[in-house]
Ligand binder design. Sequence first.
Ligand code: UD1
Length: 361
Amino acid sequence: MKKIIFTGGGSAGHVTVNIAMIPEFIRAGWLTEYIGSVDGIEKQLITSNFNVKYHSISTGKLRRYLDWQNVKDPFKVVKGIMQAYQLIKKQKPNIVFSKGGFVSVPVVIGAWLNKIPVIIHESDLTPGLANKLASPFASLICTTFSETSSYFNNHKCYCVGPVLRDELTKGDAERGRAFVGFSNIKKPIIVIMGGSLGSRKINHVIRESLTQLTKKFRVIHLCGKGHLDSSIANSDYREYEYINEELPDILTMCDFVISRAGSNSIFEFLSLKKPMILIPLTKEQSRGDQLLNAASFESKGYCKVLHEEQLNPDSLIASIYELAEEKERYIRNMSSFERNDAVSLIYNLIVENAKNGLNDE
Ligand SMILES: CC(=O)N[C@H]1[C@@H](OP(=O)(O)OP(=O)(O)OC[C@H]2O[C@@H](n3ccc(=O)[nH]c3=O)[C@H](O)[C@@H]2O)O[C@H](CO)[C@@H](O)[C@@H]1O
């Protein structure tokens, strides 16, 4: 029997691709395991969705700011590499698939030290630091955007397009309405998603705009863990820290989306043809990947971009009215998008690259 180990974590964007891929391997009879951090979001998402063995390793964080933890983290990363090396030596997978995020670097190095092939996936237009560090150890890099290959000099890249969960297209609006408890009145619904971890700035502006916003719209706010505000009493407003299996129903039900510009999320909205306002993370808060993701979508007429520097209740309300007025045009533009069957493409690449003879019968 063949065995695959998945890795990736830190935020849901580094896990959802794995969530889309894992069922293929379980169906095909592969032994499927996961290496993640001790308490990251990947542990909760993987163990609640699948009955796969989850191994934890020590991880450091790749921070962009000064923090005393930065001094301790290199030691944690070295410990993580040693743990991953030992685990992979013992588990003998035929291949490792990495979706990136800081936990993935020790795993990729641990696999390489064991001479186990590694396939990496990069879903943003520009590579994340973890994938950049891991790329010399990988046999192949799969990308969502075709432009990404130019950032991985001399590496074998394969553009597979967005990797989306199968369930995403199986949402049911009626189920969504029942879940949030909205009656079927004729006020369009906006879903607000500040990335998988939430966004303080977006949360703040949404809550400031709420009275005005709910005159015309109903609002479902995915505000991120620890960011609920129980003081708000508004019958057209619902807030959740994070929504897992009900998300396809909620997205199918909604009319508009306001979101950060994380790659996985925006391709989910695109494939469901939801007119969207994207508020990308700024250069100060990130490497600028979301600015490029959003610019790429804007150039194709898929979204409206509202930069954080201009974000306030007035600009938000004005943008949502403009989006609503041009709804049909956005839907038309999004209809031209043709999506690959990325899950099958990656599955085939993994089968072709897997090392033979380790756990095989
Ligand atoms: C702060 C940060 O590091 N952001 C990065 C992170 O974003 P982030 O983790 O937000 O990643 P994405 O937007 O790409 O994906 C989020 C995923 O979580 C899911 N979801 C979200 C909220 C919720 O309540 N329920 C739910 O299921 C979405 O449907 C999506 O599948 O990874 C992305 C992909 O590499 C990058 O583009 C982002 O720049």
